[in-house]
Design a protein around this ligand. Structure first.
Ligand code: NDP
Length: 400
């Protein structure tokens, strides 16, 4: 008999969070939602609480928390703010934590989950990028297992788990985003509305802009370096507009292992959940019966697969991410913080699309090579980079 696993979903109202709940809905005998978190989307949080009946809910935003409490305080315990997010991440009955908050807000809850030995399905890339060494150090002192949800890393994880051969390099694919064939002149004019319309994936606004600039791929290169302990030279990016191949591992014997599926995050989410559920020791779990709800690939329909090297000239964010890995220390953190400010400003129409890499490059250039230390150091360095970014904006941004 299989025993259901309790899941705590950090960022339940987001794109990854709602798709995780889709997987839970499809596999209701395998998973219970024991805790969930939201920030500003009160209506969706209320709906989710009514449907999934978690024991504990954390709402980051105080005003939203009041609205949620008013509607459903009789159904679960609801707390507010960062401390509540940390509590959801370390909730005693949770077997698995899904880390799907956006941006830097995920770092403290993630470290809390690892600190108390929870198994973590990690979607949030910014905390790995900004504080990779700290996350690894915490993992070294904990029994936690970390399985990536990001489709590329989950694919690499699947390939690497299934073989003991020597690795020559790993390849991660990029759809190329909505502006793959735009000239530099066209890129100067693209609006946030055009940039958030991703051709293959339905995602949150921040990651959609990152996909359009290829910074998302840059963050993924850093994420892969952290997750798989690889130097930058062993991680390659290929533009693959069909988004059917998600990750490849090239082995020293000349073979390449590939993970392919229709672009649907639920495949990676259910892989991560089933791996974590199966390896938690004492309770039986039948992962073979899990359903991701994804449609199957039809190879007989004559589909073509293209692979193109990325254009670093039109998409300099990718090059900046490699540069930050080469610089090391806090450079990826600085890159990430500057990028978060740049994307926010672009969405608010305070800078143009091509100013995103300009801002990031300017802030990265100010970094003095200081090493990563404690969480406080990271928070300090993060706010330093954001302040540098805001200085740049005051000089070069246009206010609206
Ligand atoms: P969304 O913007 O769709 O969702 C983010 C979630 O975090 C929401 O639940 C949101 O709450 C909550 N949130 C936002 N700001 C805060 C805050 N300051 N404090 C606490 N909670 C907050 O993001 P995605 O789901 O797209 O992405 C989540 C993470 O996963 C990111 O790191 C992204 O890079 C990564 N990822 C996403 C993929 C995707 O396909 N979407 C693919 C691979 C990785 P609310 O909505 O209530 O305001």
């Amino acid at each position: 008999l299989s025993v259901a696993r309790n899941i705590s979903i950090l960022g339940a109202t987001g794109s990854i969070g709602t798709q995780t709940l889709d997987v839970v809905r499809l596999n209701s005998e395998a998973f219970n939602v024991t805790a969930l978190t939201a920030n500003k989307n009160a209506n969706l949080a209320i709906e989710q609480i009514r449907e999934f009946r978690p024991d504990f809910v954390a709402i980051a935003d105080p005003e939203t928390a009041e609205n949620v409490k008013e509607a459903v305080s009789d159904l679960c315990q609801i707390e507010v703010g960062e401390a509540a997010l940390v509590k959801a991440a370390s909730y005693p009955s949770a077997d698995i934590v899904v880390a799907a908050l956006v941006g830097f807000s995920c770092l403290k809850p993630l470290l809390a989950a690892i600190g108390c030995g929870k198994d973590v399905a990690i979607a949030n890339k910014e905390s790995l990028v900004a504080a990779g060494s700290l996350v690894k150090e915490a993992l070294g002192q904990s029994a936690s297992r970390l399985v990536p949800v990001d489709s590329e890393h989950n694919s690499l994880f699947q390939c690497l788990q299934n073989s003991k051969k020597g690795v020559r390099r790993v390849l991660i694919t990029a759809s190329g985003g909505p502006f793959l064939h735009h000239s530099k002149e066209q890129l100067m004019e693209v609006s946030p509305n055009e940039a958030v319309r991703h051709p293959r994936w339905d995602m949150g606004a921040k990651i959609s802009i990152d996909s359009a600039t290829l910074m998302n791929k840059g963050l993924e290169v850093i994420e892969a370096a952290v997750l798989f302990d690889l130097p930058a030279r062993m991680i390659e990016v290929l533009v693959h507009p069909q988004s059917l191949v998600h990750g490849m591992v090239e082995y020293l014997d000349g073979s390449t292992h590939v993970v392919m599926y229709e672009p649907d995050m639920k495949v990676a989410i259910s892989d991560a959940l089933s791996r974590l559920a199966s390896c938690s020791s004492d309770k039986p779990f039948h992962s073979e019966s899990l359903n991701s709800g994804c449609s199957f690939l039809d190879f007989s329909s004559g589909r073509t697969l293209e692979f193109i090297p990325p254009d670093f000239q039109r998409f300099p964010c990718l090059k900046l991410a490699y540069r930050s890995l080469e610089i090391g220390g806090c450079a990826p953190l600085v890159l990430n913080a500057a990028n978060e400010v740049a994307v926010e400003s672009y969405l608010a129409e305070k800078i143009g699309f091509l100013q995103i890499p300009m801002l990031v490059e300017a802030v990265l250039g100010q970094y003095d090579g200081q090493e990563l230390g404690s969480v406080d150091d990271i928070l300090y360095r993060d706010s330093w980079a954001r302040e540098q970014a805001r200085c740049w904006l005051r000089e070069y941004g246009h206010s609206k």
